[in-house]
Design a binder for this molecule. Sequence first.
Ligand code: NAD
Ligand code: DAU
Length: 360
Amino acid sequence: MKTDNQRNAEFKNLLVTGGCGFIGSNFIRFLINNSNFSGRIINVDSLTYAGNPENLEDIAGNFSPRYIFQKADICNAGKLEAIFSQYDIDAICHFAAESHVDRSIKTPGDFIQTNIVGTFNLLEAAKSRGDQFKLFHHVSTDEVYGSLGSEGLFREDTPYRPSSPYSASKAASDHLARAYHKTFALPVTISNCSNNYGSYQFPEKLIPLIVLNALEGKQLPVYGDGKNVRDWLYVVDHCEAIWTIMQSGRIGETYNIGGNAEMENIAIVRLICDILDEIRPAADNAPRRHLITFVKDRPGHDLRYAIDFTKIKNELGWSPRESFQSGLRKTVEWYLNQNQWVENIKTGAYQTWIKEQYGS
Ligand code: NAD
Ligand code: DAU
């Protein structure tokens, strides 16, 4: 369903930041294989530990020069300006971020730099393009809203109450994006999404960490009592939601994106154990649930996230397609079939390759 004040945007040169990460690489693959987008994609990524060019090997090899990779740090304003003018950028989908809550507790400074200063630099670069600039889509998180109790859902008008340095830095970047729309009329849309899962997720996040640890017979660390709840969304559904907003979302608006799949962490860990026991039984046939280990809780651990996605559903007609049960099974199977990708991450070979290709 579309209303009068929505528009269909046509972008010629779309800058995707953080395209070598988990969601960014899935988004670029979605754009090329499953969308009506026909312009150029310029992927700007500084290749931190979370950025892996292997995530886009199929695309880089087959879609040049429609797909272009530029290794660059969004904290480097001068480099961004040069990329904007070299490629005549007219739209941005901004994923690049430090994304892991546990790391933000240990090294918050990186989060302030990339998530706040980097976003500011991109907004400035977009503003300097003037009228030819069509859209800045800012990809954000439901964590900006803080924690829910056992009841209720996050809506777009839920007040911001971030708990971690990660979510506080994302909240700051949302405010900047909104301010650039209000003050400078920059065409901005924002999305706040729940927990994603699927292929190419770095194995520090709950689902891939548990899959890979379980395969190796290692402990499966569950924080606190395991009763924290997240609302899980299959990554391809997230990509489709973002593209839907970029095409027909109202400028200046925020859209919440969720999976309608609330799960306690402990239930997910048990499900993964059971799927693995069924399709790849342990050598001794012992059930993987024995590996579950309750460990010290994450400081400031939010209890529950859950999204009300009525706005994007009613205005733009988007709803998640994948069920959690089938999406989780697909994801487990994907990790089982990616021996080389997993090995390159475990041994650090992907970072050695990056150094050889691009220098330090
Ligand atoms: P990720 O950590 O997998 O990928 C981040 C990417 O950004 C990496 O490729 C990294 O190299 C790049 N990057 C980091 N710092 C950079 C810098 N200074 N300059 C250029 N590139 C840089 O993250 P993800 O899980 O794919 O998340 C992508 C975006 O989606 C983030 O903005 C995150 O806040 C948001 N988000 C994630 C989730 C989730 O569940 N993963 C949910 C909602 C929103
Ligand atoms: O809600 C959206 C957010 O989801 C995104 O903005 C973040 O970028 C993304 O990392 C994710 O944040 P979480 O902190 O929810 O994801 P993570 O996979 O780290 O943890 C999921 C839940 O599992 C959380 O309650 C903490 C718990 N956990 C996590 C790890 C890594 C464990 O119990 N054990 C673990 O080893």
